[in-house]
Design a binder for this molecule. Structure first.
Ligand SMILES: [Fe+2]
Ligand SMILES: [Fe+2]
Length: 342
């Protein structure tokens, strides 16, 4: 994968720094500080310059870029920029979820009961999976797959960073969950490889990051949130709450999306990624909420508030992703219209 095209002055300067190292770092840090401190809280999600910059920095810790020296991952300049960019993003996540977190903390029961009360009662916004099952055209489906490829082609990789930060039963259960996500020891069955099959069957490019140029703000933010939560030890409880909500809201939508893929003429192989998640995530939601989050909270390793914050962040980000796609599709049903709406 090559560095993406910039979407504003910050990502342009970060790109130049990573490519040839000639940016004046003090000046870039000052500019980044200025940008990060002046972005209105409700614009953080849609600030594609900020979100793409953060995504570029995080990717240095995942697959990297063919045109960037891997040593940038741990360069102090990059760590400094990352901290500056993360600050408004994390604050926005905390602010936008605060109402949900307070209400959920007041729910009777243990942490798993609270997570399920939150996922059951959350206002999902536009129902993307129902639309895909009943109304979407093949072009809508491809548009959806391109956006989702940003995370699904690295599915579960962020959470692997959390494993060494846990101990005992929570660690054992996270490894159990990740083992499933990575195909249970069967090459070709890693979930991100199953998603690559879906892309190929849909006539799309299955290369990692192939559609980063098309990724909208909410899609970048949803992926960045997982990197943010999973790469910081202090946020391990938040990361596991996010994982629990992710798993708890996957099974039913995956059933609808698989049906939508078949209805629009895609093959069984294309639908297999979603078929696989119907049953797997019904198990994973229990594993994540009860065995991982439950154990972490009971042992005193993380707070209930952290876990609930992570769960709420997952749901809010998913809703914004759905809203963004549905808004783009509103009235755009032909390939040309979809292209124009992108
Ligand atoms: Fe999965
Ligand atoms: Fe899962």
């Amino acid at each position: 994968m090559l560095l993406p095209r910039p979407r504003g002055p910050l990502s342009a300067r970060l790109r130049r720094l990573l490519l040839d190292g000639v940016e004046e770092i003090d000046d870039l840090e000052t500019a980044t500080e200025g940008h990060a401190s002046s972005v209105p809280p409700d614009s953080v999600l849609h600030d594609e310059d900020l979100q793409l910059s953060l995504w570029m920095i995080y990717e240095l810790s995942f697959r990297g870029f063919d045109d960037v020296d891997d040593r940038w991952e741990w360069a102090p300049e990059i760590a400094g920029l990352r901290t500056v960019l993360e600050r408004p993003f994390e604050q926005w996540l905390r602010d936008v979820t605060e109402g949900w977190v307070s209400r959920t903390l007041a729910v009777e029961g243990d942490v798993a009961d609270k997570i399920f009360a939150l996922t059951d009662g959350f206002d999902e916004g536009p129902d993307l999976s129902r639309f895909i099952r009943k109304e979407a055209t093949p072009d809508h489906v491809r548009d959806f797959l391109r956006q989702r490829s940003i995370y699904h082609l690295k599915e579960s990789d962020p959470h692997t960073f959390v494993i060494p930060r846990l101990t005992g039963p929570a660690k054992a259960h996270l490894v159990e969950l990740q083992y499933d996500e990575y195909g249970g020891g069967r090459p070709g069955f890693l979930h991100h490889e199953l998603f690559a099959v879906t892309l190929r069957e849909a006539g799309l490019d299955d290369a990692y990051g192939a559609y980063i140029e098309e990724a909208d703000g909410p899609t970048l933010a949803a992926t960045n949130a997982m990197s943010l939560l999973c790469l910081h030890r202090r946020l391990r409880g938040v990361a596991m709450g996010h994982l629990a909500a992710f798993e708890a809201t996957s099974s039913i939508p995956c059933r609808r999306i698989a049906a939508g893929l078949r209805r629009t003429g895609f093959s069984d192989d294309a639908a297999r990624y979603y078929d696989e998640h119907v049953e797997a995530d019904a198990v994973h939601e229990q594993l994540a909420a009860r065995e991982i989050c439950g154990t972490l909270v009971d042992s005193g390793d993380v707070s209930v508030r952290d876990v609930v914050f992570g769960a709420a962040a997952c749901l809010v980000l998913d809703r914004y992703q759905s809203e963004s796609l549905m808004a783009r599709w509103d009235g755009a049903h032909t390939p040309d219209q979809l292209e124009a709406a992108r």
